[in-house]
Design a protein. Sequence first.
Length: 207
Amino acid sequence: MSSRAEQKSRTRRALMDAALAQLSADRSFGSLSLREVTRQAGLAPTSFYRHFTDLDELGMTLVDEGGVALRQLMRQARRRIVRNGDDGSAIATSIDTFMEYLQGNANLFRLMLRERTGLSEHFRTAIKAEIDHVATELAVDLRRFAAAEGRRLAEPKLVAEAMVALVFSQGAEALDASAEIQEQLKVKLNIELRMVLLGAQEMGAKG
């Protein structure tokens, strides 16, 4: 990569990081201004347009990054499960991996969580697509694990969607919670996910 391309990439990254840095439990992406973002990045407002057409495009780029990061971490969880053997800890391993994602990408998740029900149709559509990607990959895993155990799972995609919804719900509570509360939420989430999975297995067994 040329030095000019490297500089452009660094500046683009600085703008994305500047937007993320201003998000919090009390501050949504929609409340940010271009001037605030460029000031945080140490850039002139006019330089923003060399990298993004507007703040929405920057936000969509962040949504894509958040989805990719989440899918990569969940793939790592699958590798851990395969490496360690499926001893019933697959759900616990996935929850631990998700909490790692929260710790390293809190504001990315905050962005996805808020904008999935926000006013922007573009954001809602993009975030739904990212969540669908996660659910689709999870459904494949659920089928594979069920087959390996000689079980039949009813409606794997619906099960995956329910599990992802639970994870997002508990993730929202865990975002700004203490370590103690996060541990309690992990236990609760583990129970909820197992209940969904056992119910689907019971329905599958009944045909």
